[in-house]
Write a protein of this length. Structure first.
Length: 232
């Protein structure tokens, strides 16, 4: 193991889209997820992410980390789920874990990143990243709140066209695929893997939840650059 690499704690890790990006940026990664994630490509602890974080704070083991990344469940208020719940007559059946996650992250005293999709009103949008910024085959906009550190926002280039598939009864071709759902021109599993740069899992559910590693590779590189500037 390379002990010179900074270490990041990856909470609500899913199958490791964020983790791979941090790894490529130069981090050692430890993941935590409540579900069994046999495809996760790094060291992994199965369990409740907030309970694990609280335990690390209590024992002082949190000090091993330079950065904490968290992608808490977003179904409570993300635009797609709110609209679906309302149309189906469903109530607030999804938990909002952003606030308790932020509260514990603040207790660590460490720099942190909270990731959420567009339509989420409960995080500060310090960064918004898009697949077009990295030449990917998805748009997959994601917002990031940066705690106890900051960096400049990258330019958001114009999109080159449509996301392939049916929308409002109209089918369009486009340079991007939709990495969620099925049918109606939605991406196949191999298309999702190629479009997001994820090769280590072929589980559709994991791919639909994943963020492209390019996003956190950019964030991790920016963080390490900021840290180096502070040290100098």
């Amino acid at each position: 193991m390379n002990t010179d690499r900074a270490r990041v704690l990856d909470l609500f890790s899913c199958a490791g889209g964020a983790a791979m990006g941090y790894h490529r940026a130069g981090f050692t990664v430890d993941g935590v997820d409540i579900a069994n994630r046999p495809n996760y490509p790094f060291t992994y602890h199965r369990g409740d992410a907030l309970e694990r974080l609280a335990q690390l704070i209590t024992t002082g083991e949190i000090e091993r980390y330079a950065l904490v990344h968290a992608s808490p469940p977003c179904q409570a208020q993300c635009a797609l789920t709110v609209g679906t719940n309302h149309s189906q007559g469903w109530g607030g059946t999804h938990d909002d874990l952003v606030a308790p996650t932020r509260e514990l992250l603040e207790k660590t005293g460490l720099p942190y990143v909270i990731e959420q999709p567009n339509g989420r009103a409960t995080i500060r949008k310090d960064l918004t990243l898009c697949g077009e910024m990295f030449g990917l085959g998805v748009l997959r906009h994601r917002n990031f709140e940066l705690g106890n550190w900051n960096t400049a926002r990258p330019a958001h280039p114009a999109h080159r066209g449509y996301v392939r598939g049916h929308r409002h009864g109209v089918y369009r071709e486009g340079p991007y695929v939709a990495p969620y759902g099925s049918g109606g021109g939605k991406a196949t599993v191999p298309e999702m893997q190629t479009a997001m740069g994820i090769t280590w899992t072929d589980v559709r559910e994991e791919l639909t939840e994943a963020i492209p590693p390019a996003y956190t590779e950019w964030i991790g590189t920016a963080f390490l650059t900021c840290r180096q500037e502070v040290l100098v």
